[in-house]
Design a protein around this ligand. Structure first.
Ligand code: GDP
Length: 465
């Protein structure tokens, strides 16, 4: 089987194409508000081709101001994951500057591309179809996702892009399990009873440090590791070019992703680094815990929240370092205010650890690393099916799901399907009808009941049969 990503600027018809390929609606939720807009992976069919498709469409609902960054990041994640890109343009509207921007990202990825000229049934679409050639992504395939026109040609284009060999055998895949598994962000949660390995304190804890330029990342990293350690880590042959550096914090092995901050930077380097969303993404994906360094004198700029959001979407656990605390006048009051603000701005990771530090003086670093270890434990935590269902009994007794269209929704049972981050399957009568608000209630309550502060919690609804 292979994975396809549907890429393109807003309004070209990505969702319509997605729905046509997937053929049904997903019942997939988590504790992030508006998660129906989240990236989804789902089983798709195009005649004899059985594959998976990553949906990125909903990101255009985001407020306009934050759109480009989010869409861009999301697009890069999807491209990274995909074996083939469906690049969609609107033949009726013709090419827009954004089409070229997205096309550039796709071209740079070097992945096989199928250029889809959507809305080609519309009058005047011929011009748009011709224009599409200009993208340099090969021959456009005219389709109408809405009317189901051009699908056989699309199928052939996919086979051509990927090569027969790659596509052959796709039918053997058990797409039934895929369709039923309601996979979140590509992770396998189809085996609820699988035992996760016990928490292993001997394995290096993988950390990435992210934040806006000048937040103090380099200073923090150097304070944590010590400048000389960078060159002579316990792992032989560590150099400044290596991807990660190992070090030891109070007897605990740590592995730090070699992010921008680990090197002395020239101005040119700094500029390059700013361009690379993919770099930051790679660091986040490498890591188990991501330390977000905020300049406490100017905390929570939009970019900080975007990166926090990305960390949560990637299923990593964030820990906040309020840096430059030495510059704060009224620390007690400032901390109370900042923590209150943190909870308000990041409800999807309620209880997130946020620690004041001064990378320059070294104050607070112990507490920061304690918070990292604590959060890592929570991220790895597992709740037994027995405890979960005793908890569920209490929930059903005191705050059961609502009735929808006159029929009360029923929850049969809850199991934990995965860890890192914790993911749960809620088996219920009508997943499609379950209100998001109720699922959020479940997640918040679960977070309290099983003491899982500050980490993403995934919930997938599944029909009980
Ligand atoms: P980066 O771009 O995030 O890697 O930030 P740097 O580590 O290069 O730091 C940016 C600036 O903030 C430098 O001038 C640092 O000396 C300063 N800085 C970093 N940490 C602290 C801190 O804890 N207190 C104060 N007062 N300044 C800091």
């Amino acid at each position: 089987s292979f994975k396809a990503a549907i890429i393109g600027r807003p309004n070209v018809g990505k969702s319509t194409l997605f729905n046509r390929l997937v053929g049904r609606k997903l019942a997939l939720v988590d504790d992030t508000p508006g998660v129906t807009r989240d990236r989804r992976v789902h089983a798709a069919k195009l005649y004899d081709l059985a594959f998976e498709v990553i949906d990125t469409a909903g990101f255009e609902d985001a407020p306009a101001a934050s759109l480009p960054g989010r869409m861009r990041a999301q697009t890069e994640i999807a491209i990274d994951e995909a074996d083939v890109i469906f690049f969609v343009v609107d033949a009726k509207a013709g090419l827009m500057p954004d089409d070229r921007t997205f096309a550039d990202i796709v071209r740079r990825s070097g992945k096989p591309v199928v250029l889809v000229a959507n809305k080609s049934e519309a009058r005047g679409a011929q011009g748009g179809l011709l224009e599409a050639w200009e993208l340099g992504l090969g021959e456009p395939v005219p389709v109408s996702a809405e009317h189901g026109i051009g699908m056989p040609d699309l199928r052939d284009a996919v086979v051509e892009a990927l090569g027969e060999e790659r596509v052959l055998g796709a039918e053997d895949e058990d797409d039934e399990t895929l369709a039923a598994s309601e996979v979140l962000i590509g992770e396998d949660i189809s085996d609820p009873e699988a035992e996760a390995p016990a928490y292993d304190e001997t394995k290096p804890l993988r950390i990435a440090v992210v934040g806006r330029p000048n937040a103090g990342k380099s200073t923090l990293i150097n304070a944590l590791i010590g400048e000389e350690r960078l060159l002579t880590g316990p792992e032989a042959g560590i150099t400044r070019d290596s991807i990660s550096v190992d070090w030891d914090w109070r007897g605990r092995q740590m592995k730090l992703f070699d992010t921008a901050g680990m090197r002395r930077k020239s101005k040119v380097q700094e500029k390059l680094e700013k361009l690379s969303v993919a770099d930051g993404l790679r660091a986040i994906r490498f890591a188990e815990i991501v330390i977000i360094v905020l300049d406490a004198t100017i905390p929570f700029e939009k970019q900080d929240l975007q990166i926090a959001d990305l960390i949560v979407r990637e299923g990593r656990a964030p820990v906040i370092a309020f840096n430059k605390w030495d510059l704060i006048d009224n620390p007690q009051q400032a901390l109370a205010e900042l923590r209150e603000k943190t909870e308000r701005l990041l409800p999807q990771v309620r209880g997130i650890q946020a620690v004041p530090v001064s990378a320059e003086t070294g104050r607070g670093l112990d507490k920061l690393m304690d918070a990292v270890v604590r959060t890592h434990k929570v991220w790895n935590s597992r709740v037994s099916t027995g405890r979960l269902n005793r908890w569920l009994e209490g929930i059903l007794a005191h705050h059961p799901p609502p009735a929808v269209a006159g029929r009360r929704l029923k929850i049969k049972y809850v199991t934990q399907a995965k860890t890192r981050p914790p993911g749960f399957v809620v088996s219920c009568s009508r997943p499609d009808a379950m209100p998001q608000s109720y699922v959020r209630y479940l997640v918040n309550n679960m977070r309290e009941a099983f003491d899982m502060p500050g980490v993403p919690i995934r919930v997938a609804l599944r029909t009980s049969d």
